[in-house]
Design a protein around this ligand. Structure first.
Ligand code: 3HC
Ligand code: NAI
Length: 707
């Protein structure tokens, strides 16, 4: 066996007549400059040796190749480019085989498409997730996949970004063979390459395959382009993907490749790419919290919820779905019966939609133990309280938990706003008490704010992060304050929206501007969906402590006083005739808004969508900066992830703090100062924002973990 190390990230050796090239670039074998160079050189070496009859590309570790090295985007390019590497592989005069194990994604799939024969282990996954990063395949994927899969199927595959398993890839024509053995990729690949050699199989280049039914393909692409423009309005890369795939039909292969490259570079330069890649890294960084250094998680083999209302039931379902046994404790038999229905109806809904079977429901609910007896909590490793949002009720519950739970059990509260230090103080074990703030519906929404009170032990924080992972949530560490990260900042920009409404923007204009920015819904639509009564109750609770100097807008209160709580009552900011889910503007609401303006002597003025968003975002960013300075959020990226996963912030903008960096902090601060002329109390610039602007810094500079 001859060895020759082309580069540390890529090694190669001859095994009989097969030249084996191994990629080894942990953790995911991304195609860094070293890997690209190594692959290019190794192919040339293999080709040059007369003893070599075929080339095999494999990789070490869990993934084949996870794609381009995302960390290199936005930096000066280092040759060889990935298209050059893929083309060099394809041009090889000896058959090149790839053996795929784990994920072959993005550029990793493109490397495989450059090869002549593709073998997959049964657990392999192939996909083109570039669209999720604001990108498109940029190394031949849009030209080669249509030749293998058919044009429409390839376009849909690339637009979806979703990876498929080995057998689906075989069916789609992306791979040639799936091993059904337990061989390693190396052994399976060697066997396959030797078989090809024994049969004298020649090279087979994807570029030489003709596109089938080009006329039909072009009309299918036109339909897809219309659908795409409707489904992903405002997104840059999906339409570029379709343009490139169209080129695979209309242009000779090399011209198609050049066009793909140009379109890809356009995507690289787009702010959407920067926002989406920021989101990709941010959602991985959020779990890196100070407590994770050194503390080990406690064992959680069973979970309990207190309360079977909206949240308790949703959390129970999320925990059951994570495979945990779940006890639900309610205050009396009637409430418990409602709690049981709240849980079972979720599974019934899934059965109706054909997503699960009766047997699955029965097996899941076999782990569900409803009870009205707090003593049944004695064995639980982790308890999540989700009773009414009332400090005294919660304190009483925690007092009871302290009496019945075993030592070391984690005691969590799902409170939205209340002081968790005060709740912890109702027990003799504040070190075990933490906030686990789920979002509604808790079995669906990904965000979990892990709220860290002052006396909690670090291993409880680590346990919470572990639980989040098991429940497939995106956890964000938050400090204790009124509303934590999300609801605290929400309160501020909703106030800005209320002021605009009173000053002249209609609820419908505000919603439309927010949607045009990229949110799925505007704030008034969200209020109608969640139920106007929830916010109303909070406002009434806070009335006594509200700053008497602060401007208070009563429009939403007037609507609630009429019993108009939104969708559930058929009326809120919008009208929902006959249970409709999409609301219609309500002239009576507009009249009520006018009446409120008149009462305060306000002459309404007009707002452009642009001004609406400048005010909305300025309020959000300003409060975000204050939450950062207070230590409520560890880093700007924690705020970004909170809003991406809990509040529908458009992902392609990366999150509010990333957006602020994109716009420029000096511009945001200038807006705040201008707005402060009207209302200096509300529009007080965050000192942190002023400091960053004075230093010429951005929020990104604060995204390192504090040491
Ligand atoms: N480049 C650089 N770093 C990457 C990376 C990539 N393509 N993919 C993952 N990483 C990093 C992660 O940031 C993480 O770093 P950290 O440990 O410092 O936080 C580490 O690798 C491990 O990643 P995960 O935590 O995500 O590991 P998992 O095992 O959960 O998932 C995975 C593995 C499925 C490969 C997942 O990482 C993934 O989906 N990666 C991105 C794949 C992708 O989008 N590829 C397309 C890139 S664009 C492209 O190829 C353009 C081309 O067409 C020209
Ligand atoms: P809910 O009113 O739907 O449910 C509360 C449940 O707690 C009721 O079923 C009630 O019978 C039960 N309960 C009350 N006192 C109890 C006691 N002493 N022992 C056992 N059970 C008791 O309320 P919801 O919406 O589920 O809210 C629960 C908590 O979750 C609140 O703290 C709320 O702020 C928080 N939250 C609510 C969100 C929402 O969108 N609804 C989102 C995130 C958090």
């Amino acid at each position: 066996m001859e060895h020759d190390n082309a580069s540390p990230a890529v090694t190669s050796h001859r095994h009989g007549r097969v030249w084996v090239i191994t990629v080894n670039n942990p953790p995911v074998n991304a195609l860094s400059a070293a890997v690209r160079l190594g692959l290019f050189a190794a192919i040339e070496q293999g080709e040059a040796q007369p003893e070599v009859g075929a080339v095999l590309i494999v990789s070490e570790g869990k993934t084949f190749i996870a794609g381009a090295d995302i960390r290199e985007f936005g930096k000066p390019p280092v040759p060889p480019s990935l298209p050059d590497v893929c083309n060099r592989i394809e041009a090889c005069s000896k058959p090149v085989v790839v053996a795929l194990q784990g994920a072959a994604l993005g550029g990793g799939l493109e490397v495989a498409l450059g090869a002549h024969y593709r073998l997959a282990l049964p657990g392999a996954k192939v996909g083109s997730p570039e669209v999720d990063l604001g990108l498109m395949p940029g190394a031949g994927g849009t030209q080669r996949a249509p030749r293998l899969m058919g044009v429409k199927a390839a376009a849909e595959f690339i637009l979806s970004g979703k990876p498929v398993g080995a057998h689906a890839a075989l069916e789609a024509g992306l791979v040639d063979h799936v091993t059904d053995s337990s061989l390693t990729a190396l052994d399976a690949g060697l066997a396959y390459a030797n078989e090809l050699l024994a049969q004298g199989t020649p090279v087979r280049r994807v570029r030489d395959i003709a596109i089938t039914n080009p006329e039909i393909a072009l009309s299918e692409l036109s339909v897809l382009a219309q659908d795409t423009a409707k489904k992903s309005p405002g997104l840059y890369s999906p339409l570029k993907i379709l343009e490139a795939v169209r080129a695979s039909v209309e242009l000779p292969f090399d011209e198609g490749l050049s066009l793909e490259r140009r379109l890809f570079m356009g995507c690289i330069d787009s702010p959407q790419r920067a926002g989406l890649i920021h989101a990709f890294f941010a959602e991985r960084e959020v779990s890196k919290v100070p407590e994770a250094r050194g503390a080990a998680p406690r064992t959680v083999a069973s979970l309990a919820v207190i309360g079977g209302g909206t949240m308790g039931a949703g959390i129970a379902v999320a925990a059951l779905d994570a495979g945990l046994p779940v006890t639900m404790v309610e205050r009396d038999a009637d409430s418990l019966a409602r709690g049981i229905v709240n849980v079972t109806k979720v599974y019934d809904g899934l059965i109706t939609k054909g997503r699960i079977t009766e047997a699955h429901k029965a097996a899941t609910l076999a782990r569900f133990r409803p009870s009205t007896n707090f003593a049944d909590l004695a064995a639980a490793d982790l308890v999540i309280e989700a009773v009414f949002e009332d400090l005294e009720v919660k304190k009483a519950v925690f007092h009871q938990l302290d009496a019945v739970c075993k030592p070391g059990a984690v005691l969590a509260t799902n409170t939205s706003y209340l002081d968790i230090d005060a709740i912890a103080a109702a027990t003799r074990r504040p070190q075990d008490v933490i906030g686990l703030h789920f979002f509604s519906p808790a079995n669906i929404m990904k965000l979990l704010e892990i709220v860290v009170p002052s006396r909690v032990s670090p291993d409880v924080v680590v346990t919470a992060f572990e639980l989040a992972k098991r429940m497939k949530k995106v956890p964000v560490r938050a400090g204790v304050c009124d509303g934590f990260i999300g609801n605290r900042i929400l309160a501020s920009y909703k106030q800005a929206a209320d002021y605009m409404m009173e000053d002249g923007a209609s609820p419908y204009e505000i919603d439309a501007a927010v949607r045009a920015f990229g949110y799925p819904m505007g704030p008034c639509q969200v209020t109608d969906l969640a139920g106007g009564d929830i916010g109303w109750a909070t406002r009434k609770r806070r009335a006594a402590t509200r700053d008497p100097r602060a401007r208070y807008v009563e429009i939403a209160d007037r609507i609630c006083e009429r019993g108009w709580f939104g969708q559930k009552t058929g009326r809120g900011f919008y009208l929902y005739p006959q249970g409709a889910r999409t609301g219609q503007p309500d002239p009576e609401v507009l009249a009520m808004v006018d009446a409120e303006r008149a009462k305060k002597g306000i002459t309404p003025r007009s707002f452009t969508p642009e001004e609406i968003m400048r005010r909305y975002m300025a309020a959000m960013v300003n409060e975000g900066a204050k939450a950062l300075a207070d230590g409520i959020a560890l880093r700007p990226l924690d705020i970004d992830v909170t809003f991406l996963y809990g509040y529908g912030f458009p992902r392609f903008r990366g999150g509010p703090m990333k957006y602020a960096d994109t716009v420029g902090l000096a511009n945001i601060l200038a807006d705040i100062r201008a707005f402060a002329q009207e209302d200096p109390l509300f529009w007080q610039p965050a000192p942190l924002l002023e400091k960053l602007v004075a230093e010429g810094q951005d929020f990104a500079s604060l995204n390192q973990l504090p040491s």
